[in-house]
Write a protein that binds this ligand. Structure first.
Ligand code: NAD
Length: 249
């Protein structure tokens, strides 16, 4: 018997990295899974990897009406949502003196405003008793060069989870945050670096982690499963940090 038998789960950014690994684990635990993302091709490829019943929907959190469309599709094809993983996000940074308003807006619009409206717009489509898991970041707990806006956007979603949990108490909807540390995913490949530079970056990141390695998306998926399932029935407004001790030791 799976931990998510017959549950309907929607994972934003489920076509890549942490979201994809989480979708695969959720299906193996009995869930019916829908994923959203921006790229039609990776959506298709990821859906067939996750399982033939996976619903893949193109939706960009910068276009809020595409979220309405995504929720309507999930309801029509799968029913109301029991687990919502709000995971779509980007990492971008720049030296403080060079930080443009455009870059500020892009990071905040996707990571913070996108998270807020992904949850707000989901409300009519969620079952009472649902679990919402928001992807934060251990970066919100430490000072990192060039990453002030990213870190602040993730600190903001950490605060949202507490307040959303209070807002949704009457519906018994729990909202928690999973905050990864450095994890090997395509997020590093989107920085415009060469393969050698990406390798060097990951080695540098790993050297700063107490356990001397970066994490895997599959390790993160286990945390999402805990927060999504009844195993965490007494956990709300909370944060689980999975970072090899990076922000804690
Ligand atoms: P990834 O780049 O592989 O995945 C990001 C996902 O977000 C993709 O599916 C992408 O399509 C989606 N996305 C980005 N912008 C979007 C938009 N405007 N609309 C819809 N979807 C959008 O990276 P990942 O590492 O799997 O990242 C997943 C989450 O984990 C992000 O929120 C990221 O900030 C967070 N995180 C990652 C790390 C890490 O080291 N990998 C560390 C801490 C937090």
């Amino acid at each position: 018997m799976g931990k998510l038998n017959n549950k309907v789960a929607l994972i934003t950014g489920g076509n890549s990295g942490i979201g994809l690994a989480t979708a695969e684990l959720f299906v193996s635990e009995g869930a019916k899974v829908a994923i959203t993302g921006r790229d039609e091709n990776t959506l298709k490829d990821s859906a067939s990897k996750i399982g033939s019943d996976t619903l893949a929907i193109k939706a960009d959190v910068l276009n809020l009406s595409s979220l309405d469309h995504a929720y309507q599709q999930v309801e029509t094809k799968m029913g109301k949502i029991d687990v919502l993983v709000v995971n779509a996000g980007i990492f971008k940074g720049a030296p403080l003196g060079d930080f443009s308003e455009e870059l500020f807006d892009e990071i905040v619009d996707i990571n913070f405003k996108g998270t807020f409206f992904t949850v707000k717009k989901a409300l009519p489509y969620l079952n009472d008793g649902a679990s919402i898991v928001i992807t934060g970041s251990a970066a919100a707990e430490v000072g990192v060069e060039n990453a002030s806006v990213y870190s602040a956007s993730k600190a903001a979603v950490r605060a949202l989870a507490r307040n959303f949990s209070a807002d949704l108490l009457s519906r018994k909807i729990r909202v928690n945050v999973l905050s990864p540390g450095h994890v090997e995913t395509p997020i590093h490949e989107r920085l415009g670096l060469s393969p050698e530079q990406i390798k060097g970056l990951r080695e540098e990141l790993a050297s700063g982690v107490p356990v001397k390695r970066v994490g895997t998306a599959e390790e993160m998926a286990k945390g999402y499963l805990f927060l999504a399932s009844d195993d965490s029935s007494f956990v709300l407004g909370a944060e689980i940090v999975m970072d090899g001790g990076w922000s804690q030791l």
